[in-house]
Design a protein around this ligand. Structure first.
Ligand SMILES: *[C@@H]1O[C@H](CO)[C@@H](O)[C@H](O)[C@H]1NC(C)=O
Ligand SMILES: *[C@@H]1O[C@H](CO)[C@@H](O)[C@H](O)[C@H]1NC(C)=O
Ligand SMILES: *[C@@H]1O[C@H](CO)[C@@H](O)[C@H](O)[C@H]1NC(C)=O
Ligand SMILES: *[C@@H]1O[C@H](CO)[C@@H](O)[C@H](O)[C@H]1NC(C)=O
Ligand SMILES: *[C@@H]1O[C@H](CO)[C@@H](O)[C@H](O)[C@H]1NC(C)=O
Ligand SMILES: *[C@@H]1O[C@H](CO)[C@@H](O)[C@H](O)[C@H]1NC(C)=O
Length: 677
C-alpha cells in the first residue's frame, strides 16, 4: 500500500481536488498507476442506511434448524445474529404463516380457523426471540405469503374482505408483542402478489386503531412498478406506505421509485446457491444495491438453508444447517461477506454521497455514524464469480487495479483504519474470508490499495469487529436408517414433530384428553379448507421426512381418519417432490378410506392406481398401516395382515417417506416408524 498523492498547500481544497485528480489521472497511466476516489461528507450525505437482513420463511426454510441439539443450534444462531461474531444481522424478516405451501414447505397460521388464535405455532416466534436475545436492536419484519382459507371466504384472494385480512395480520403483530414481547417494526402486504390500495390503507388504519402507529408498511414486495406509480398518484396511499420493497432488483431501481422519495429496499434478494459464487453475488449486491439503485436495505432469501436440500432452491441461505440428526452445519462464505458490512455499520448510519464504481470494475461504498466514524466497503467481484440466480447479470469487465482513497471533510484527519479482507482465490481454490490485516496508517488522509480480482475489503474506524468461531461441528451424516416417533414427548417450544416437513396442510402435535391411553399424544393434520395459496398446493395434505436417497424401506404408522364416510389417509415411500412442485409428487402411496376401501397409487394426486380393494376401514378407529418397498415391488399390510403385495413400482427410484390425507380434512397419525435398507 503506497500513499501516492500529497498536498499542495497554496491551493484551495476544491482546486486541490481537481488538480490532484487530474495529476493522478495523468500519473496513473505511467507512474502512479492508481485511480483516486474522494470520500467526503462536506457537500452533504447520501441516504440513511437501514440494514442487512435475512429472511426466514417463504417458506419453511428454517424448518430443520429447530431440531438441532445444543450446543450446535445456539452456535448456528450466534453465526447469524450475535453482534461482532459472524453475519451479525441487523434485520430478521419472517413469514406470517398462512397454512399453505410457500416454496419449501408450509408454515402454520396463528388462526387456522376464524375463531382460533394461537401464538405458539411454528418456529418463527422462537427464532425472533433467539435473534433478539443476541441483538436487542434487531429489526423485525413480518410478511404474509398465503392466508388460511377463511380469510378469503373460500376464494383464492385476500382482498375481497380487506378488513378481515387487515385484522388477521394485525392480530399477528399484537400476538407477537403480547405473548413474546416482540416488537414487529415493519409489515408487508402479500409477497410477490397483487396489492390492493384499499387494503393497504385499511391495514394502516387498522394498525393505528390498535395503537401500532409506529409499525411501518412495506409495499409491495414485488416489482418497483406499479407500486411506485400508485404512490405518486395517490397521496393517501403514499402516506400509508413507508418503504418500497422490491425483489431481486438486479441492483437497479426506476425513476418513479426515486421520485416517491420513499426508502427503497431490496426486501428479498440473493436466493443463490451458497458456494463461493453465491458469496460473490452477495458481496456485489450488498454494495451495488446502494451504488446503482439507492437501496438502503438488502434482505437475503433465505436466512439459513435449514430444509431438505432436494426441495426447491436447496442451500440458498447465508449458511447451511440441514442435518439436525448429525449436528453438522456449514458456515458458508455469505456469512463472512455479510460481516464485512454488518459489523462495521448499524441502521441509522448514513451513506456518503461519494460512493460508486471503481474504474477497472468493482464498487465502493462509505458510511458514517455522523460522529466521526467511517466505514468503507470495497468489492472487486468479477462477473462469473458473482452471478446471482436472478436477474441475468449483464457482462462487465474487471481487472486488478490500484485504488487511492482520499479522505476529506470530517474524515481528513483520520490517522488509522482497521482493515478486514476476504479473498475468494478462485484460481487456487483456497479462499480466505474476513481476515483482519494490520491497521493502515494514513498520510494526509490518503491510502492506496492494490486490489486483485474477487476481493472484499472493509476499511474502518470501528474496532469492535471479530471473526467468531466454534470448534468444528460433528461430521455430516445421512438421516438415520431406522427412525421412529410416537409423538409422546412434544417439545413444548414447537408445534411440529422433528424432521417432518409439511408440504401441504399443517401437521401438529395433538393431545386427546379423553383417550383411554393408547393415543393420547398424536400428530394431527389440522387444515380443513384450501388456503389462499401462494403456489399450487396439492389437493391432498402431505408431510415428508427422511432421506431423499431412500429406495428400499418399510414405513409403519397408526392412522385415524376423522372425516366420516369420505375421509382418507395415506403413508408413502419414495416421494420425489415437494415445495412448489408438490402437486406432481410421485412415489408409492398406500391409502385407506373411511368408506372401507384401500388404494395404492404411484402419485399423490391418485391418478395412477397400482392396486385397490376392500379394507374395512372406517372413520374414528385406529389402524396400523405398513408399507414395504423393495426394488420394483411393494406390499402393504393393515393391522399386521397383508392387504396387497407385489405391486410393481418402476418409478421413482428413491425419495422421502411421507404421511398425509386425501383432502383438507382432520386426521391423526401415531407410532410412526421407518426402517430403510
Ligand atoms: C441515487 O443514487 C445516485 C448514485 O449514487 C445519486 O447520484 C442520486 O442522487 C441518487 N438519487 C436519489 C434520489 O437518492
Ligand atoms: C466511533 O464509534 C465508537 C463506538 O463504536 C465511539 O466510541 C467513537 O466515539 C466514535 N467516533 C470516532 C471518531 O471514533
Ligand atoms: C465466464 O463464463 C462464460 C460462460 O461460462 C465463459 O464463456 C467465459 O469465458 C467466462 N469468462 C471468464 C473471464 O472466465
Ligand atoms: C470486456 O473486454 C473485452 C476485451 O477487451 C471487450 O471485447 C469487451 O467488449 C469488454 N466487455 C465489456 C462489457 O466492457
Ligand atoms: C499497482 O501499484 C504497484 C506499485 O505499488 C505496481 O507495481 C502495480 O503494477 C500496480 N498495479 C496495477 C494493476 O496498476
Ligand atoms: C379422543 O379419544 C376418544 C376416546 O378414545 C375418541 O372417542 C375420540 O374420537 C378421540 N377424539 C379425537 C379428536 O381424536
Amino acid at each position: 500500500m503506497t500513499a501516492c498523492i500529497g498536498g499542495h498547500p497554496q491551493l484551495s481544497r476544491m482546486e486541490r481536488t481537481v488538480v490532484l485528480s487530474v495529476l493522478c489521472f495523468i500519473l496513473s497511466v505511467r507512474f502512479c498507476s492508481s485511480q483516486t476516489y474522494v470520500l467526503d461528507d462536506k457537500l452533504g450525505l447520501g441516504r440513511v442506511f437501514d440494514g442487512i437482513g435475512g429472511l426466514s420463511g417463504g417458506g419453511a426454510t428454517s424448518r430443520l434448524l429447530v431440531n438441532y441439539a445444543e450446543p450446535y443450534r445456539s452456535q448456528i444462531l450466534d453465526y447469524l445474529f450475535k453482534p461482532n461474531f459472524g453475519a451479525s444481522l441487523h434485520m430478521l424478516k419472517v413469514e406470517i404463516g398462512g397454512d399453505a405451501q410457500t416454496t419449501d414447505g408450509t408454515e402454520p397460521s396463528h388462526m387456522h380457523y376464524e375463531n382460533d388464535e394461537n401464538y405458539f405455532r411454528g418456529y418463527e416466534w422462537w427464532l425472533m426471540k433467539e435473534a433478539k436475545k443476541r441483538n436487542p436492536n434487531i429489526i423485525l419484519i413480518g410478511l404474509p405469503w398465503a392466508f388460511p382459507g377463511w380469510v378469503g371466504h373460500g376464494k383464492n384472494w385476500p382482498y375481497d374482505f380487506p378488513d378481515i385480512t387487515a385484522e388477521y395480520v394485525v392480530k399477528w403483530i399484537l400476538g407477537a408483542k403480547m405473548y413474546h414481547d416482540l416488537d414487529i417494526q415493519y409489515v408487508g402486504v402479500w409477497n410477490e402478489r397483487s396489492y390492493d390500495s384499499k387494503y393497504i390503507k385499511l391495514l394502516r388504519y387498522t394498525l393505528d386503531k390498535n395503537g401500532l402507529e409506529w409499525v411501518k408498511i412495506i409495499a409491495s414486495d414485488n416489482l418497483w412498478e406499479p407500486i411506485a406509480f400508485s404512490l405518486l398518484l395517490d397521496s393517501e396511499l403514499s402516506s400509508a406506505v413507508d418503504v418500497i420493497g422490491a425483489h431481486y432488483p438486479g441492483t437497479t431501481t426506476v425513476k418513479e421509485a426515486l421520485q416517491t422519495e420513499k426508502k427503497l429496499w431490496s426486501s428479498e434478494d440473493y436466493s443463490t446457491f451458497n458456494d463461493e459464487v453465491g458469496g460473490g453475488c452477495w458481496a456485489r449486491i450488498l454494495n451495488q444495491n446502494y451504488v446503482n439503485g439507492n437501496m438502503t436495505a438488502t434482505i437475503s432469501w433465505n436466512l439459513v438453508a435449514s430444509y431438505y436440500e432436494e426441495l426447491p432452491f436447496g442451500r440458498d441461505g447465508l449458511m447451511t444447517a440441514e442435518e439436525p440428526w448429525s449436528g453438522n452445519y456449514v458456515v458458508e462464505s455469505p456469512i463472512w461477506i455479510t460481516a464485512h458490512t454488518t459489523q462495521f455499520t448499524q441502521p441509522g448510519w448514513t451513506y456518503l454521497q461519494t460512493v460508486g464504481h471503481l474504474v477497472d470494475g468493482g464498487s465502493y461504498v462509505a458510511l458514517t455514524d455522523g460522529k466521526g466514524n467511517l466505514t468503507i466497503v470495497i468489492e472487486t467481484m468479477t462477473h462469473n464469480h458473482s452471478v446471482c440466480i436472478r436477474p441475468p447479470l449483464p457482462p462487465f469487465n474487471l481487472t486488478s487495479q490500484n485504488a487511492t482513497f482520499q479522505l476529506k471533510g470530517s474524515f481528513a484527519f483520520i490517522k488509522e483504519l482497521q482493515v478486514w479482507r476476504s479473498q475468494f482465490n478462485f484460481k487456487t481454490n483456497k479462499p480466505s474470508f474476513f481476515e483482519k490485516l494490520k491497521p493502515l496508517k494514513l498520510l494526509d488522509g490518503s491510502f492506496t490499495l492494490n486490489l486483485a480480482e474477487d476481493e472484499v475489503y472493509t476499511l474502518t474506524t470501528i474496532t469492535t469487529a471479530q471473526k467468531g468461531g466454534y470448534p468444528d461441528p460433528p461430521p455430516s451424516a445421512r438421516f438415520p436408517k431406522a427412525y421412529k416417533d410416537n409423538f409422546n414427548t412434544p417439545n413444548p417450544l414447537f408445534s411440529e414433530a422433528p424432521y417432518f416437513a409439511d408440504q401441504t396442510g399443517v401437521f401438529e402435535y395433538y393431545r386427546n384428553l379423553t383417550d383411554p391411553g393408547l393415543h393420547i399424544f398424536t400428530l394431527r393434520q389440522v387444515v380443513t379448507q384450501r388456503p389462499v395459496t401462494w403456489v399450487a398446493d396439492a389437493d391432498q395434505t402431505i408431510s415428508v421426512i427422511g432421506d431423499y436417497q431412500w429406495q428400499d424401506l418399510t414405513v409403519i404408522c397408526d392412522v385415524f381418519i376423522e372425516r366420516m364416510y369420505t375421509g382418507g389417509v395415506f403413508i408413502a415411500a419414495r416421494v420425489n417432490k415437494g415445495g412448489e412442485s408438490v402437486r406432481s409428487a410421485k412415489g408409492v402411496f398406500f391409502w385407506v378410506f373411511a368408506d372401507g376401501t384401500y388404494k395404492v397409487t404411484n402419485d399423490l394426486e391418485g391418478q395412477t392406481v397400482l392396486a385397490e380393494g376392500k379394507s374395512g376401514t372406517r372413520a374414528y378407529g385406529w389402524y396400523t398401516l405398513s408399507l414395504t418397498v423393495n426394488g420394483q415391488y411393494a406390499s402393504g399390510s393393515l393391522n399386521g395382515y397383508t392387504l396387497w403385495k407385489n405391486a410393481v413400482i418402476l418409478n421413482p427410484k428413491n425419495g422421502w417417506a411421507a404421511i398425509g390425507t386425501q383432502s383438507f380434512e382432520l386426521a391423526q397419525f401415531d407410532n410412526f416408524a421407518v426402517v430403510a435398507d
